[in-house]
Design a protein around this ligand. Structure first.
Ligand code: GLY
Length: 231
């Protein structure tokens, strides 16, 4: 995945400064190695980090990251690259949607939940004290690059959160995936790479089918929230 991502960025956006955004846990594991690869390819790239956790999917963190973008001199040519889980993707996507009235965002999900759901479909947002995702917009990513190899750094609980999204995708849109899960859930729990890739690919297909028909959730897309409130 990383090779494909670096090739695509170098091929299609070579002159654009890239700003990677990641939290303090994921940055050393995945964002810094990616930054090094991008720089070795001669691309202009920087990394901004923020403290991990849902509490930082906030206007305050958005504000701080935007001030850092300003200090870097990132203008309308910048491309933001979100490396991490759902918080990073939503926050970075929202910053990209409004930075200089909108710059491209590349999603590099590193959690199962983000690969199976959050990184795909263009929803971006921050939370307010009064509720989750209350300020945000739709901003489709330039690309989504998921490498199940990054899941090796997730603990079992975080991985299970993502598996819940896989079951959701199967229930709402892919009966064949549901049957496959019944037969192969042990492989997923054992973190078998081929099984994880198959599950992520199936979820992305379900989600893109729904989002193509109803990007802004005026109807059908609400089915993708199945189980979220209960969870
Ligand atoms: N996570 C549900 C959606 O993207 O619509």
């Amino acid at each position: 995945m990383i090779d494909g991502l670096v090739d695509d960025l170098a091929g299609d956006l070579p002159a654009r400064p890239l700003v990677l955004i990641s939290d303090d846990i994921v940055a050393p594991l995945h964002a810094r190695p990616l930054l090094r690869r991008l720089k070795r390819r001669g691309l202009t790239a920087e990394l901004l980090t923020f403290p991990h956790g849902e509490a930082n999917k906030s206007r305050r963190t958005k504000d701080r990251l935007e001030n850092r973008l300003l200090e870097l001199g990132a203008g309308r040519e910048a491309v933001l690259v979100a490396v991490g889980g759902g918080v990073t993707g939503d926050l970075t996507g929202f910053i990209a949607a409004t930075w200089h009235r909108g710059v491209p965002v590349v999603q590099v999900p590193t959690s199962m939940l983000a690969m199976a759901d959050a990184a795909v479909g263009g929803k971006t947002a921050v939370n307010l004290p009064g509720g989750k995702n209350l300020v945000g917009c739709f901003h489709q990513p330039w690309g989504v690059y998921a490498d199940v190899g990054t899941l090796a750094t997730l603990d079992d609980d975080r991985l299970a959160e993502g598996f819940a999204e896989v079951v959701k995708s199967a229930v709402v849109g892919d009966a064949e995936l549901f049957r496959w899960l019944e037969a192969h859930h042990e492989s997923l729990l054992a973190r078998n790479g081929a099984a994880l890739t198959r599950a992520v690919a199936a979820c992305v297909r379900v989600k893109s089918r729904v989002v193509r028909r109803d990007e802004r959730e005026s109807g059908r897309r609400a089915i993708l929230n199945f189980g979220h409130t209960v969870a």
